[in-house]
Design a binder for this molecule. Sequence first.
Ligand code: GDP
Length: 694
Amino acid sequence: MARTVPLNQVRNMGIMAHIDAGKTTCSERILFYCGKNYKIGEVHEGAATMDYMVQEQERGITITSAATSVTWRDHQISLIDTPGHVDFTAEVERSLRVLDGAIALFCAVGGVQPQTEQVWRQSEKYEVPKLCMVNKMDRVGADFFSVIEEIRSELGGNPVLMVYPIGQGEEFKGLVDLLNMKALTFDEASRGVKIIESEIPADLLDECKKYHIEMMEKAAEQDEALMEKYLGGELLSIDEIKKGLRIGTMARKLVPAYCGTAFKNKGVQPLLDGIVDYLPSPQDVGTIHSADNPDVCREPKDDAPFSGLAFKILSDKHMGKITFIRVYSGTLRIGDPILNSTLDQEARIGRLFRMHANRQEALEEAYAGDIVAVVGLTKTRTGDTICCRDNPIMLESIEFPAPVISISIRPSSRNDNEKLGMSLHSLAMEDPTFLVRYDQETGETIISGMGELHLEIIVDRLRREFGVECEVGKPEVAYRETIRHKAEGEYKHVKQSGGRGQYAHVCLRLEPQEPGHGFAFVNEVKGGVIPNEYLPAVEKGVIKAMESGPCGGFPVVDVKCTVYYGSYHEVDSNEFAFIECARQCFKNLFLKGNPQLLEPIMSVEVAVPEDYMGSATGSICGRRGRVEGMDDKAGTKLVRGYVPLGEMFGYSNSIRTMTQGRGTFTMVFEHYEGVPYELSEQIIEKRKKEGKVR
Ligand code: GDP
């Protein structure tokens, strides 16, 4: 066996877009033109193949990032689906981590929307080269050039026009290919498969020439030899322009820009050409480094030691747990023993697949640069590194934001208790931003996620995929607890109740850490006053105390805990005694450290017609929020601000009522901030009444 597609002809890419920009339709057309999926499924009919799960089709939004492989001009393109809804930013992050290039898709009427802005920023963080596609050119009000301007001014991108629209909105007829300087129209009867080339319409010729020259200049700027030639008065050949643009795209100095209408089958093939011509192959992306040791690295070669990253987990009724892996180096074979270096556990590759839109292709081997699905890795989680046993490496994991919202959940029928537990466990394995916690004191199961919709979908999946009907409580903010001052002191755990006694004694120092720095445990014990064997128990006790904070029973964050002194008893000391002792000591000290509740602050953007500006601003201020700025966009007013999540429940209803259905909003988690004193007293009081504070 050997690879069939050379590495430089592999493209791993995804489409990033604001919800409703047409990502699903566009992906669908890509599959169609690549010949793998002959029936075009319309999104509104719920037949789109990329939408992996049933309820996604019903809701018309794409939640999961399944990966589909297609072929275009002898290139293997793996299309990694990225979701469009803000509640799924973690899904976007994880896809960005493993793809080499992306298409930023815009609606020709809506232009740059808040979410595109956010995803664009994320893609810059991961240094992902991009193409732009302005979709929905057939819609009334479509304006390619104003979207291009927004890409420049709002996203800081440097778009290079690759096509020029022939007409816009209802008049949109086709494109001028500005590279080859030809007009293209898309035959309707063949659903755009047949492309008719013709001369550029006379009235557009001057404009198109101008853009062709601009493209040539931008290409020349990317390479010295090309620049020299161009400055010497010579024109660049088409291949030379392509070469320059490829260099510029990969260095993220420019973004080739396309337009069309996926829905009406116009303009998708030039975009596919763009993927092949300008987006990088795994070879271009090059060597990948170990997270903990910069000297350890892997080249994207089939004969290098195997390394890969698990970026997506799905459970399938028939196949069981499917792990999507991006192979960075080496060759992966069925039956190979491999190492999950994140968990330090060995496993064996059961079955190996390449996913196509409507079928799974069983593989014997996968090669550097491939995106494949593996069955048999039962313990592997999203973000884990999988590698060759004899040559381990640890790749940088994927960072996920912490959940900000929680609800209690219980099965409608008591008999389903166990089934609920197992189903939640398997959902949590798939989704690292979804947490499940069993509160022993109250006997409640609490699930937490990134937003109301996120949890709604989970509950929906429980019913549909696992057959568990559930009842849920009201959504609650996932508050946190921390301290503002240093506190230190001792605690002795002594019990003498008949038989063998219990003895432990610890001295701890708690200090606040910078926000986001999490928990640190430091051992400064000298001379074995607490024997080494009990130190893990001390840490365990502290961690246990932090799970349910002393103020309101919320998780404790950003605290450094140092154990610096203590004592033990030859007979009465044991692990349990030290766990209990450290837990109690932490709790007491925490309350002395000027504790504070933290709440998630959301970045909110409200879009309303001008008449409702005042109400929109008022709705932010009235929710303990602060307005950060206002904008005017295509006749709509945008109000941007920060609002605590706790004040945002039910906001969609209230904005609808306030604006007679004409206002919309988006919100994204921004950071945690201290809760005002009076409010935190109320929250704590309520939690105490509910028996949630120990
Ligand atoms: P997604 O949310 O980004 O995946 O967007 P979809 O592909 O689901 O599209 C959202 C809606 O826009 C659907 O009703 C599509 O039929 C429609 N749509 C998609 N592409 C176009 C287009 O090029 N023109 C027009 N007029 N509608 C489109």
